[in-house]
Design a protein. Structure first.
Lengths: 318, 260, 290
């Protein structure tokens, strides 16, 4: 039987999430794994924005920041239930993306890049400066969500890292499922059409501004949820989660693996997340290598690593 | 029958240069109106104004009795105006089939949530659009290329794909900008027949084409532009005899056609 | 009043730096339609190389000259190694390439130099001039003079020299320029060298006032790009005016509203300008061709 690309992607992801722990030498790898899934989730949102719709954002970490700080601020300062905080954070991110996206997405190319970059920096500045609310540059602790305890009460005996490994793995699967559904849907086709030719998309009736905004809002929600998961697992968060470098990392992960496919982008997220965790020497050269990867991939493997690898494999088998 | 599309005194300037000036004409359902003229006469600019890509400097575009001057192309599409482009605007990043399905956007699209969760309603709409698109591809002879990347198709095939995509909207008015450019004699003949067939079904067609034999063969009416101005108008026989037209444009080609 | 004058002085100073960055953007944008996000790194390199050359015992002027020349070489290398191989790539790819270049240069600078904040002495001492109750540093005058001098030199270059006209011809129509025998590759090399040198000069002039470190480039690139957009992309006069306006705006915001959010205020105004007149103050309106 031949599986659709959509089913194949979901199956591959599910198998990788389920079987990887068999190879983990220590508990530490659950943590690396969960980080990969969280970044993978944010990057899946970027696939919708960059890969489907062909728009760029250099400020999406701003939404991760909102998701993360919602989990830190809402339960402690406003008395909101810890499990509602990620949802409210996602709603705020969506609303903000909608408000910001309406004017910003009229811009194209370089202008859009700079406008989104500016947006991200604004969020970062607020997180840095409004110390009374956010704790400022030193960061802020995140109240326990109570989720791991719930799991334990349900009879699942998991460490914190293990719990968040499975939790973020499930959320990533759900996120991938939605993004893959979107691909071959009317909305996904409209997004890919305006990516290919805005003029032609308009002439077949696509309301270009509306669809760009949808992609922007959806990807913001992905980034926000990823930020929330990170905050809940770490129980501590600093403004860096919303920083410029994090935004750039998200874009780099997306294009490194291949912005046109969910699997490719998650692959990119896995590589860039693992490198600094596994090779500690990498830390010193992090920026240098990140920059180098961005340039090399865009010059030599414009479709990304995974599609290029697949072509190589297919080329050999035929 | 009343006019489906009427263009009144349409004009536009680019940086002081008058690209189109005071051009007017009208098309009825089932008619094929050809706009001809030398390169740079303003034909494509005229199309871009009618289809809402350029905001006209002055004049009016009336579609089905409504003033639609400068209306957004996607809203014009909803009102039944569809077009192709001189220098191909294909969705290169999509398959041939997806390109054709994209033409069904207006009937295919529903709510975002239905799409995200792949609800039965969304799936049914996609299925209907896919069937329609396959039928259209078969009609333009591209059904066997349905799953290939559109970017890898030959120029002539892309031209036909664009026509299929435009037809997917089930338009009342269809603007075709050089549909036969770059096609060989056989392909031109096929496109020719397809256009006539579409017109017979009651669609008003506006055509820009350099292939004079084709224009003379299928047009019900011809408008001649030169330097952005309308210099002549009438049925093919009248226009081809007009001395001003011959001196401005037809001179060489008419002579060639006569020799051939 | 003296307060306002003081803000204007500091605004003019940073504005001149932004103008220099914006001029650098403009040169590359005109020659290649590429917006170089690594432009701010040229400023950083200009400052940092001068700092370390000077600390190694070289006289300041020589250190500055070496910094400018070295940055120009790096600019040319950037073009040859990263921009030229990607010719014809989609804008998104070019954005990622030049941002990659900026992060790469930043990473290299943090390794080759260090992560500390540096400065070197001002050219003409630190005794401020008093004008109308406000003060201005001699180095500020150097910065402003540098901005104006580079603008005039560029204007003369583009209007009075054959080479300059060749650059303009390339920006208008690359193919036509090639047909009339202009070596467009050489024009690109020249543009990157010139742009990098101007960026480095900005770094040399501004470091005694603003200090420098390996990570100052991104903020400068953002401001310089904003200035270029404000003035109208591709227009040198727009770059100069946009830079100075932005600098003054920032200084006024910092002075009267909030120094923490001065970057934000400048940015918001830029966005407003973009939406109200996307072509900027002096830019030409563009029509999409289909």
């Amino acid at each position: 039987m031949r599986l659709s690309p959509r089913a194949t992607t979901l199956l591959v992801l599910a198998v990788l999430i389920a079987l990887s722990p068999l190879m983990f030498p220590s508990n530490f790898y659950y943590r690396v794994g969960s980080l990969i899934f969280m970044n993978g989730l944010a990057v899946t949102g970027m696939v919708i924005l960059i890969g489907y719709a062909g728009q760029i954002s250099l400020g999406h970490a701003g939404f991760s920041g909102i998701g993360a700080y919602s989990c830190a601020i809402m339960p402690v300062q406003w008395g909101i239930h810890p499990l509602l905080a990620p949802l409210l954070g996602a709603a705020i991110s969506a609303l903000l993306a909608w408000l910001v996206g309406r004017p910003i997405l009229r811009l194209k190319g370089y202008y859009l890049a700079v406008a989104t970059l500016g947006f991200g920096i604004l969020v970062y500045m607020v997180l840095m400066n409004e110390a009374a609310l956010t704790g400022g540059p030193d960061g802020i602790t995140v109240a326990d969500s109570g989720l791991p305890d719930l799991a334990e009460a349900a009879g699942l005996d998991l460490s914190n890292s293990q719990f968040w490994y499975w939790m973020s793995g499930l959320v990533l699967l759900a996120g991938a499922w939605l993004a893959l559904n979107l691909y071959d849907s009317p909305t996904g086709r409209a997004l890919r059409a305006l990516h290919g030719s805005e003029v032609a998309a308009r002439t077949v009736g696509v309301d270009v501004a509306r669809y760009k905004l949808q992609a922007f809002v959806i990807s913001a929600v992905y980034a926000s949820v990823a930020g929330s998961l990170l905050a809940l697992q770490n129980k501590f968060i600093t403004p860096d989660v919303a920083g410029y470098m994090h935004s750039i990392e998200l874009v780099t992960m997306t294009v490194l693996g291949g912005a046109h496919s969910v699997l490719g982008a998650v692959f990119g997220a896995a590589i860039l997340t693992m490198l600094p965790q596994v090779l500690t020497v990498f830390a010193e050269y992090e920026h240098l290598l990140l920059g180098l990867i961005m340039m090399l991939v865009m010059i030599f493997l414009r479709d990304g690593l995974l599609p290029s690898l697949m072509r190589l494999i297919r080329g050999k088998s035929e | 029958m009343s006019d489906l599309l009427r263009v009144e005194n349409l004009g536009i300037s680019f940086g002081g240069l008058r690209a189109v000036n005071q051009v007017g004409f009208s098309v009825k359902p089932g008619e094929i109106l050809s706009v001809i003229g030398p390169n740079g006469a303003g034909k494509t600019t005229l199309f871009n104004m009618i289809s809402g890509i350029y905001m006209p400097g002055d004049g009016r575009v009336v579609l089905n009795g409504d003033d639609v001057t400068g209306m957004r192309p996607d809203l014009l599409a909803r009102r039944g105006l569809s077009r192709t482009f001189q220098n191909l605007q294909i969705f290169q990043n999509m398959t041939v089939l997806d390109n054709a399905i994209a033409g069904y956007h207006l009937t295919e699209s529903g709510s975002l949530l239905a799409d995200l969760f792949r609800l039965p309603g969304a799936r049914a709409r996609v299925r209907a659009a896919r069937e329609g698109a396959m039928a259209l591809l078969a009609r333009v002879g591209l059904d066997r290329a349905a799953e290939t990347e559109a970017g890898s198709l030959s120029y002539g095939k892309l031209k036909r794909l664009e026509i299929a995509r435009a037809l997917a909207l089930d338009p009342k008015v269809l603007l075709l900008d050089e549909p036969a450019a770059g096609c060989n004699a056989v392909e031109t003949e096929e496109i020719d027949q397809m256009i006539a067939e579409v017109a017979r079904s009651g669609v008003a067609i506006l055509l820009v084409e350099h292939d004079m034999k084709m224009v003379m063969r299928i047009s019900s009416h011809i408008v001649v532009l030169d330097h952005g101005e309308k210099i002549a108008e009438g049925d093919p026989a009248t226009v081809s005899r007009d001395p001003q037209v011959i001196s401005a444009y037809l001179g060489t080609e008419a002579a060639e056609a006569a020799d051939a | 009043m003296p307060e306002l004058l003081q803000f204007l002085f500091s605004g003019l100073t940073v504005g001149a730096v932004y103008a220099l960055v914006a001029l650098g953007f403009t040169i590359i944008y005109n020659a290649s339609d590429v917006v170089n996000f690594a432009q701010g790194e040229f400023v950083m390199l200009g400052g940092m190389i001068t700092v370390f050359a000077h600390a190694a015992g070289l006289p300041l002027l020589l250190a500055a000259g070496i910094a400018i020349a070295a940055t120009a070489v790096i600019g040319v290398a950037l073009n040859k190694l990263a921009i030229e191989p990607a010719r014809g790539a989609p804008v998104v790819s070019l954005i990622i390439i030049t941002i990659g270049a900026s992060i790469f240069l930043r990473g290299v600078a943090s390794l080759v130099f260090d992560k500390q904040i540096h400065r070197f002495p001002a050219f003409s001492g630190d005794a401020p001039f008093r004008i109308g109750g406000a003060t201005i540093l001699p180095q500020s005058l150097w910065v402003i003079a540098g901005g104006v001098a580079v603008f005039i030199a560029l204007w003369l270059f583009f209007t009075r020299t054959l080479t300059g006209k060749a650059v303009l011809a390339t920006s208008n129509n690359r193919l036509a320029a090639q047909l009339v025998g202009i070596n467009t590759n050489w024009v690109m090399t020249l543009s990157f060298a010139l742009s990098a040198a101007i960026g480095a000069l900005a770094g040399v002039l501004a470091t005694p006032i603003t200090n420098t470190s390996y990570d100052v480039g991104i903020a400068l690139a953002l401001k310089g790009f904003a200035a270029a957009m404000l003035g109208g992309m591709g227009n040198p006069k727009g770059a100069l005016v946009g830079g100075i306006l932005l600098g003054i705006l920032e200084a006024l915001t910092a002075g009267y509203l909030s120094s923490q959010y001065k970057d934000a205020a400048a940015f918001i105004v830029i966005l407003l300008v973009l939406f109200i007149m996307p072509q900027g103050l002096f830019g030409a309106r563009q029509t999409e061709r289909v």
